[in-house]
Design a protein around this ligand. Structure first.
Ligand code: 4GN
Length: 249
């Protein structure tokens, strides 16, 4: 189970911010997982502490210099228990989904490398990076926001991190489905009533309604997920109990 995350970054504030905020902050403060940042700038030897340089072959922008980055990765790797791999966040990476999150949380340690500028020198990737992950098909100006997304998704799966243990299993995607709708007081708000079933106190019926809603939403909004779903007995029971909710209204 994940106990430690190391992030190699020129902007440690991006990642250290996670320690102060919300659920990730609580998980880090309570010692469920340790988060440590390593700044390549601290591994520079020149007077200007430069971490980037002009690209061979010309062109716009700068490239991260290999040596400070490599030294930061190696320092992180040498500190503490061995990590199975070093990962980099990039648009070329494996697309992160809930299955990927569950794989990552099983590891004892994650080392995440955040690139900046036009990119990382390819030789560092070849020499020291074992895997690449992407949080979606778009370009960010640095790997930090992608790392923050990955860290948040992973940390909330560590047992004991969520106050309500049930919330994790009932989450969107825990079961390959989108989440059901949620309601709180008042029972009527701006002329909109809470679905009657939710105030019925019939917990089995409520669970079936929620499942039918999740199935309906997934079919309507995410046909890609829907086409891969094999309806299990609970799905079929929910659909049989709530045919109107599932039909397209
Ligand atoms: C990750 C990193 C997008 C993602 C990134 C993503 C920084 N953009 N989709 N940008 O997960 C040059 C050096 C681009 C690293 C990279």
């Amino acid at each position: 189970m994940l106990a430690r995350i190391d992030v190699i970054t020129l902007f440690p504030d991006w990642v250290d911010g996670l320690k102060a905020l919300g659920l990730t902050g609580k998980a880090l403060a309570s010692g469920h997982v340790e988060l440590k940042t390593w700044n390549p700038r601290a591994f520079t030897a020149d007077v200007h502490r430069s971490v980037d340089d002009r690209p061979y072959g010309g062109g716009p922008g700068m490239v991260m210099r290999p040596e400070p980055l490599a030294c930061a990765i190696e320092a992180a790797r040498a500190d503490g228990a061995p990590a199975a791999s070093v990962a980099c966040l990039s648009p070329q990476g494996r697309r992160l989904d809930q299955d990927g999150v569950m794989e990552l949380v099983e590891r004892n340690r994650l080392i995440l490398v955040c690139g900046r500028y036009e990119g990382i020198d390819q030789r560092v990737l070849d020499e020291l990076i074992d895997e690449e992950w992407s949080v979606g098909d778009y370009v960010l100006s640095g790997g930090e926001p992608a790392a923050a997304v990955m860290i948040d998704a992973v940390v909330r799966q560590i047992p004991g991190v969520l106050g309500h243990e049930r919330s994790v299993v009932e989450d969107s995607f825990a079961d390959g489905l989108l989440d059901c709708p949620h309601f709180t007081r008042p029972e009527s708000w701006r002329g909109r009533a809470v679905p009657e079933v939710l105030t019925s106190g019939d917990h089995a019926r409520i669970a079936q309604w929620r499942r039918a809603q999740a199935l309906h939403r997934t079919r309507r909004l995410r046909p890609d997920l829907w086409s891969r779903r094999i309806l299990d007995p609970d799905d079929k029971a929910a659909l049989a109990a709530w045919p109107q909710e599932f039909s397209d209204k």
